[in-house]
Ligand binder design. Structure first.
Ligand SMILES: C[S@@+](CC[C@H](N)C(=O)[O-])C[C@H]1O[C@@H](n2cnc3c(N)ncnc32)[C@H](O)[C@@H]1O
Length: 213
C-alpha cells in the first residue's frame, strides 16, 4: 500500500532538496546490483532523516540495519564535526558494497560499520546516543528499543521505520502475519512507555519519532 499518491510523492520530492550525486549513484547501484532494493530509504525519507539529524546535531548516532548505506550517509549529514555513526548489519555480503560508498563520501572517518547481529552488538556499546535509527528485522524492534533506551541521552530521538508495514498493521489480528503482530506490539509498547513521547508519521512505510524524556 502506498500512503500517498505517486503525484504527491513526486511533488514532495521535487520541492525537497535533491539527493547528492553520491546518493543518486548509491540508489541506482543498489537497484541494479543488490537484492530487495525497496529496503533502501530513498529520496524523500533520506531527506527527512538528514533534516532530523541536522536539527539534532548529534555527536553519536546508532543505526540498526545498514543495508547498502543510504540512510547512514543521510544521517551523517547532521553530525557534529568529530561525531560518530555506528551502523550494524548482520549480512556480511553487503559490507564491501556499503563500505565502498562510505569511502567515497566525506563521512568515512565518522562511520564505524559493524557486521553482526545487532542484538549481540548493542550491549557491547558503551556510548550515549543522541539519535538511533531502527530499521532492521521487525520481530526485534521491541528488543532494540529495550536495548537502546538506557543508552540514550534525555531529549535523544529514536526513529523507527516501517511502523505501518504497508498498511498490514490495520488488518484484524487473526489475519496479521508474525512481522505485523510484532510491529503492532512495538507500536503499543512505545505509546504506553512513560519514558518517551511518540509521534507516528505516514512518511513512506510509516515512521515513528520517539523522544526520550
Ligand atoms: C530495511 S534494511 C535497512 C535499510 C537502510 N537502513 C536504508 O534505509 O537504506 C534492513 C537491514 O537490516 C539487516 N538486519 C536484519 N536483521 C538484523 C540483525 N539482527 N542485526 C543487524 N542487522 C540486521 C538486514 O540485513 C538488512 O540489510
Amino acid at each position: 500500500m502506498e500512503f500517498i499518491s505517486p503525484e504527491i510523492l513526486n511533488y514532495c520530492e521535487s520541492h525537497s532538496n535533491p539527493e547528492s550525486e553520491l546518493l543518486q549513484q548509491l540508489n541506482r547501484d543498489t537497484y541494479a546490483k543488490i537484492l530487495n532494493p525497496r529496503m533502501l530509504s530513498g529520496h524523500l525519507q533520506g531527506r527527512f532523516l538528514a533534516m532530523m539529524s541536522q536539527i539534532l546535531r548529534p555527536k553519536n548516532i546508532l543505526e540498526i540495519g545498514t543495508y547498502t548505506g543510504y540512510s547512514a550517509l543521510c544521517l551523517c549529514e547532521g553530525l557534529v564535526e568529530d561525531g560518530k555513526l555506528i551502523t550494524i548489519d548482520i549480512n556480511d555480503e553487503l559490507e564491501s558494497f556499503s563500505s565502498s560508498f562510505f569511502k567515497k563520501s566525506k563521512y568515512e572517518k565518522n562511520i564505524e560499520a559493524r557486521v553482526g547481529d545487532a542484538l549481540q552488538v548493542i550491549p557491547t556499546l558503551d556510548i550515549l546516543f543522541d539519535l538511533v535509527f531502527i530499521d532492521a528485522d521487525k520481530p526485534s524492534y521491541s528488543l532494540y528499543f529495550d536495548l537502546v533506551i538506557d543508552k540514550m541521552r534525555s531529549g535523544g530521538i529514536i526513529i523507527a521505520d516501517n511502523v505501518l508495514w504497508s498498511g498490514h498493521i490495520l488488518k484484524p489480528e487473526a489475519e496479521q502475519d508474525f512481522d505485523t503482530k510484532c510491529l503492532h506490539q512495538f507500536n503499543e509498547k512505545v505509546k504506553n512507555d512513560p519514558r518517551v513521547t511518540v509521534t507516528m508519521l505516514p512518511v513512506r512505510d510509516g515512521v515513528s519519532l520517539i523522544r526520550k524524556m
